[in-house]
Design a protein around this ligand. Structure first.
Ligand SMILES: Cc1ncc(C[n+]2csc(CCOP(=O)(O)OP(=O)(O)O)c2C)c(N)n1
Ligand code: SF4
Length: 257
């Protein structure tokens, strides 16, 4: 007689993600970041009240993958659009999801002012140190010596300026309550990133101020590396310019270990 085995589902697709295969390259951090955002929204029961603003860049199609309402913004203007949404609908949960070209280059002004105003918005900042979608041009976050199509000999501080640490810049604003930098290169760091995203979301729920999580994210395609080499490059090289950890935390939350 065959024995009946009972199965318990312990892992599945978050409700906040649609069942759509993504267009992201193998090894890209965007897909992992999407999953983390979706898990946090599900766990906090926020999916139905969330309005997201995606970037212009490789994640421009995020609305195809996220299972909540999204409003597209022109390049760099996500935080301006999100400000309008949040002020008209203070009861909604509003997040922006932005690359470095979006948040730290063309959108610098919108980013700095929204953060300084302490808008009750949660921002996920994907820092892959390059313009991914348009073929690998230098970003403000490109690290010294890193090759880009517009810096073929590597980024040179005298010619191109030094990398901008946007998270540390924003942290000095009074409106900013929480900034943490995490990485998407290993299970351990990805788990830390999820905790940080959830905490940033909590800041908005508790009406504290602006919160941002920066995620160091591999772009194997434009770095011209295999996925494994790109993950190693995040862990070994990128973190030297962008050290991981909490940059600002005036939330008063007690961290659960
Ligand atoms: C006003 C405007 N200028 C330039 C572009 C072209 N453009 C589209 S995506 C992109 C770079 C995106 O890079 P990033 O924000 O770092 O995102 P990634 O693709 O790396 O995720 C640029 C310059 C545009 N769409 N709109
Ligand atoms: S080009 Fe880079 S950022 Fe864009 S999907 Fe591919 S790996 Fe990701």
């Amino acid at each position: 007689m065959s024995e009946q085995i009972e199965y318990t589902k312990i892992f599945g697709r978050p409700e906040s993600l649609k069942e759509t295969p993504t267009h992201y390259c193998p090894g890209c951090g965007h897909s992992v970041a999407h999953r983390l955002v979706a898990e946090c929204l599900d766990e906090l029961g926020l999916r139905e009240k969330t309005i997201g603003v995606p970037p212009v860049g490789c994640a421009v199609l995020a609305y195809n993958y996220f299972n909540f309402d999204m409003v597209e913004a022109p390049h760099g203007r996500a935080l301006a659009v999100a400000t309008g949404i949040k002020r008209v609908h203070p009861d909604k949960f509003v997040l922006t999801y932005q690359g470095d070209g979006d948040l730290a280059a063309i959108g610098t002004a919108e980013t700095i002012h929204a953060a300084n105003r302490g808008e009750r918005i949660s921002t996920i900042f994907i820092n892959n140190a390059i313009y991914g979608m348009t073929g690998g041009q230098m970003a403000p976050t490109t690290i010294l010596g890193q090759n880009a199509t517009t810096a073929p000999g590597g980024r040179d501080p005298r010619l191109h300026g030094s990398p901008i640490d946007i998270s540390r810049m924003l942290a000095v604003s009074n409106g900013v309550v929480f900034v943490e930098r995490c990485a998407l290169d290993s299970v351990k760091e990805i788990r830390k990133a999820k905790k940080a995203i959830k905490k940033a979301f909590q800041c908005q729920l508790d009406d504290l101020g602006f919160a941002l999580v920066e995620l160091l994210s591999p772009c194997p395609t434009n770095w011209k590396m295999t996925p494994k080499a790109a993950w190693d490059w995040v862990a070994e090289e990128m973190v030297k310019t962008y050290p991981l950890g909490v940059i600002k935390d005036i939330t008063g939350y007690e961290d659960k270990k």
